[in-house]
Design a protein around this ligand. Structure first.
Ligand SMILES: [Zn+2]
Length: 248
């Protein structure tokens, strides 16, 4: 079925004319064109879209279920509809990545007091692991410093807080960072009948070294070797680094 046959029920509305017009712009140059499959790939400020003559993965098509500018452009490129389009790959829009990195988020976190870091971890747990749409305000907690840091904002109805959009991508890692930095896991040792605690997320590791003096078994507690631990070291807050090593 051709593009025109498929969409023959469309009326010429202002919105349609606008999409047709912007489809001709250089900004709408496809980054890939697969003629044999009648398929194209486009790039916009929100990401990349896969486009055919019947659908597109962009938000406009998802909302309207009518041809978007990408579909019009594809139809022009394939010669299904007329259009004096301009091609210029230099004008293609790319996704703007305004997201905070884990590094920049941690940099801000390290300026906060321990109390505010604890509140932030509570908020991150709600949002990233408890599937809550927002963290409900708790009277016992003080959010002032966190609000001033710009990491969180109040919800529109004023009932709680959410993290700013740009740290959402790294909020699970940020949550882990705060857990390793400030919290402990308690465990009960049945041999000694005692409770012990160790930094949250730390793992017991055993090294065996062999030398002429004999075999040594050294066990130590350490965090996984990852970018989160790298940052703990960078700010000198890796609590596993200075723990005594046990020798057997
Ligand atoms: Zn589209």
């Amino acid at each position: 079925m051709s593009f025109l046959e498929r969409w023959s029920h469309l009326h010429t509305s202002d919105a349609t004319i606008k999409r047709y017009a912007s489809a001709k712009n250089a900004e709408c140059t496809p980054i890939e064109l697969h003629r044999e499959e009648s398929k194209g790939v486009f790039s916009g400020s929100h990401g990349q879209y896969i486009t055919t003559l019947s659908e597109c993965t962009c938000v406009d098509f998802y909302l309207q279920h009518q041809p978007c500018k990408h579909m019009y452009r594809l139809a022009m490129e394939l010669g299904e509809i007329p259009g004096d389009y301009i091609s210029d790959i230099a004008k293609i829009k790319k996704k703007v990545d305004d997201g905070m990195t884990l590094e920049s988020a941690v940099e801000t976190v390290e300026t906060l007091s321990l109390d505010s870091q604890t509140v932030l971890r509570e908020i991150l747990l709600d949002l990233a692991y408890r599937n809550k749409p927002f963290h409900r305000i708790k009277k016992r907690l003080n959010y002032d410093e966190l609000l001033a840091s710009g990491l969180i904002v109040k919800t529109e109805d004023g009932k709680g807080f959410v993290t700013i959009g740009s740290i959402r991508k790294v909020q699970r890692n940020l949550c882990t960072y705060l857990g390793r930095r400030n919290e402990d896991d308690e465990y009960f040792d049945q041999d000694t009948n005692e409770w012990h605690s160790c930094p949250k997320g730390a793992q017991q590791r055993t090294h065996i070294t062999m030398s002429p003096e004999g075999t040594k078994v050294i066990s130590e507690v350490a965090f996984p070797e990852d970018k989160i631990t790298f940052l703990l070291d960078k700010y000198g807050v890796n609590r596993c680094r200075n723990m005594p090593k046990e020798q057997k």
